[in-house]
Design a protein around this ligand. Structure first.
Ligand SMILES: Nc1ncnc2c1ncn2[C@@H]1O[C@H](COP(=O)(O)OP(=O)(O)OP(=O)(O)O)[C@@H](O)[C@H]1O
Length: 634
């Protein structure tokens, strides 16, 4: 009966809406292939090789030297083997008894065997060094991206292109894996090609241009293929980003209850499938174009190859080349052709990877420019005042300022509460006070020094911040309090902070004490409740004993006992510092020396609790609403 009802509901329900197709800025829908000519791209190969060698050199010089040295030995081995083959062919295809011919060919055969053996060993050594370099190269590129993300100024995250640049850089670092392999394969094919060319040219000079002609079409085809792949990759990048974000949401255990309790599974599964199909369709249309390019290249390649074999046949039949030389030439042509194809293939692949590496390099360089300015004005220690003067701040893509001409002074020893309706600019104001954002107009002064001219790291060293969306950091319980910046050798100060937020009981129950990993999803990790995590975030701030404490809704997940204790604690620690607390629970603001009420980015009123509660303004209205005594409603 239940399932019949369910079916009935599904039939009558309007269809799920399709995922939004995000419109991207024009410059982000273009791949590098659209911006540069083929010749310009081909000429970048030496620069890419230099870049990869430089990166690898910094990681392990010995491995780079082994890789290059082994490749050269491998190439020399191939050339020697090919030249010796030519020498062996003359007696083998000549006249006389078999034993006589074999005897004559023996020295050349020994040279071939030794050269082949040395070549194999050299190749093995080159692969070994590549195998050692590969993971470290990837790690170095990845770490550079992570470090850039950790250090760029906060406002960088507000630029929509920043996340695209980051995604491209991430692909670049993953691609380093293939890059070093491509470098090795390219070098190996190139060296063997040069060796085969040398031998072939010595046999007959006409063979060289014919050979080049034979592989040209496949080179052009490989380039076209790389171009289409990068175009599709670029076109899919925003969708891939959003899908990645959604994937985290739908697979994280943290949201599993909401997904089920709100019957979201059907819609989310539809959303995920639809967006994935959209991405796949683009990839498939690219595959069709790639096939067409490859077919055209194959037809021309086949024609040119026939020309090469025809030339060889003509040279032999017309007596311009002996049979022994022709046999070696066949071998050399096959070696050269295989390697020339490889050179073109790996050059295209290298070039393709170089586009991603270019994205990576560009991101690392650009993020340098996005580092907060070092500042020339010395940072005041334990500031007496923080002044906000006529500060205006508008988020990119927003028309209305989030903070619109705010002026206020915070004094040491004072506890200031900031409240106001959702979106009124409270969090933005706290970020301006602490130098996380710089106002578009106006100033923020710490003891009279403009924060935009101070080294902002020195400002942050003195700040303790509980943000609205603090991290559930997957590190040990101890490190969750100290965040890797212990100030004492023993754990006394950690326990002091833990006690202050009422977490001793919970921490003492942890199976490995302060060493226990706090990570819900990870094996061996111990999970915490939302309120407990919030207490930990507060303990982090208390542990630092900062000169400036900013807490943005620090008790929103806490039980009444925890909330009450937290505000009492804030009152206790207030004398030594500047304390700002954003809260929606008006009753908590009673402990504050001063209350700032924000409305649409401006300060609507300020004063003490007793003044505002009867002031007839927004505070009184919100207060009465909280007591359910009427008001404007949502
Ligand atoms: N990262 C952002 N990008 C663009 N606009 C933003 C961003 N963060 C906030 N805003 C906008 O700025 C305005 C003020 O936001 P802010 O977060 O400062 O408000 P708030 O008072 O702290 O709100 P809440 O009580 O909901 O936390 C809002 O209109 C909001 O939409």
């Amino acid at each position: 009966m239940k399932s019949v009802q369910g079916d009935e509901q599904a039939r009558t329900r309007p269809p799920y809406p399709e995922p939004v197709d995000i419109e991207r800025k024009a410059q982000w829908t273009k791949s590098a292939f659209d911006q540069y000519g083929v010749w310009q791209l081909v000429t970048t190969i030496p620069a890419v090789l230099t870049q990869v060698f430089k990166m690898a050199w910094r990681i392990d010089r010995r491995d780079v030297l082994v890789m290059v040295g082994a490749q050269v030995v491998y190439g020399i081995g191939s050339a020697v083997a090919l030249a010796a083959t030519a020498r062996a062919m003359v007696p083998v295809l000549g006249s006389g008894s078999v034993s006589h011919r074999v005897h004559q060919a023996l020295p050349a055969l020994v040279v071939i065997a030794v050269a082949a053996g040395v070549g194999r060993v050299a190749y093995g050594l080159a692969s070994w060094s590549v195998g050692r370099l590969k993971p470290r190269l990837m790690t170095a590129a990845d770490v550079a991206v992570v470090e850039a993300m950790l250090r760029v100024e906060l406002s960088a995250f507000l630029r929509p292109e920043f996340s695209e640049e980051h995604e491209a850089a991430e692909t670049g670092s993953v691609r380093c894996d293939r890059l070093i392999y491509d470098v090795q394969s390219f070098m190996s094919a190139l060296i063997k090609l040069v060796a085969a060319f040398g031998v072939l040219t010595a046999l007959h000079p006409l063979m060289l241009p014919v050979l080049v002609l034979a592989v040209l079409p496949s080179g052009v085809g490989a380039m076209a293929e790389a171009r289409i792949e990068h175009q599709v990759h670029t076109a899919n990048s925003t969708g891939r980003n959003v899908r990645g974000m959604m994937r985290w949401h739908v697979t994280a255990g943290k949201l599993a209850d909401e997904v089920r309790g709100m019957s979201m599974a059907g819609y989310l599964s539809y959303w995920y499938r639809t967006l994935s199909k959209r991405l796949d369709d683009r990839t498939l249309s690219g595959a069709g174009r790639q096939l067409r390019a490859n077919l055209v290249a194959a037809v021309f390649g086949g024609l040119c190859l026939s020309l090469a074999w025809g030339t060889l046949l003509w040279l032999t039949v017309s007596g311009r080349m002996s049979l022994a030389i022709a046999a070696t030439a066949v071998l050399a042509v096959r070696t050269a052709l295989g390697n020339l194809t490889n050179v073109v293939h790996y050059a295209a692949s290298l070039f393709h990877s170089s586009l991603f590496l270019g994205d990576w390099k560009q991101f690392i360089e650009r993020s340098q420019a996005l580092m907060p300015a070092a500042g020339t004005v010395p940072a005041p220690r334990e500031p007496e005042t923080i002044q906000v003067r006529d500060a205006v701040f508008t988020y990119p893509n927003k028309d209305r300022p989030a903070v619109d001409g705010v002026s206020l002074t915070l004094r040491r020893g004072e506890l200031v509460a900031v409240l106001g309706e959702n979106g009124s600019g409270k969090s933005t104001l706290t970020r301006l006070m602490t130098g996380l954002y710089t106002p578009d107009k106006g100033q923020v002064l710490w003891d009279g020094a403009d924060v935009s001219r101070i080294d902002v790291n020195e400002v942050w060293e003195q700040t303790g911040f509980v943000t609205q969306q603090f991290g559930y950091w997957p590190v040990s319980a101890r490190d969750n309090i100290t965040m890797g910046q212990p100030v004492t050798l023993d754990d006394d100060r950690v326990w002091e902070a833990v006690d202050a937020v009422g977490m001793r009981g919970a921490f003492e129950e942890l199976p490995r004490g302060l060493d226990t990993l706090l990570a819900t999803e990870l094996w061996g990790g111990v999970s915490m409740s939302g309120g407990q995590w919030q207490r930990i975030a507060c303990a982090r701030v208390l542990y630092r004993r900062p000169a400036v404490v900013v807490m943005d809704e620090p008790t929103s997940d806490m039980d009444p006992r925890g909330e009450h204790a937290m505000f009492r604690l804030l009152r206790e620690i207030a004398p030594g510092r500047i304390t700002v607390v954003v809260t929606h629970r008006l009753i908590n603001t009673k402990v504050a020396d001063r209350i700032i009420v924000m409305d649409k980015g401006r300060i609507a009123e300020h004063g003490t609790f007793d003044q505002l509660v009867k002031g007839g303004g927004l505070f009184q209205e919100l207060y009465e609403l909280s007591l359910d005594r009427g008001g404007r409603g949502l």
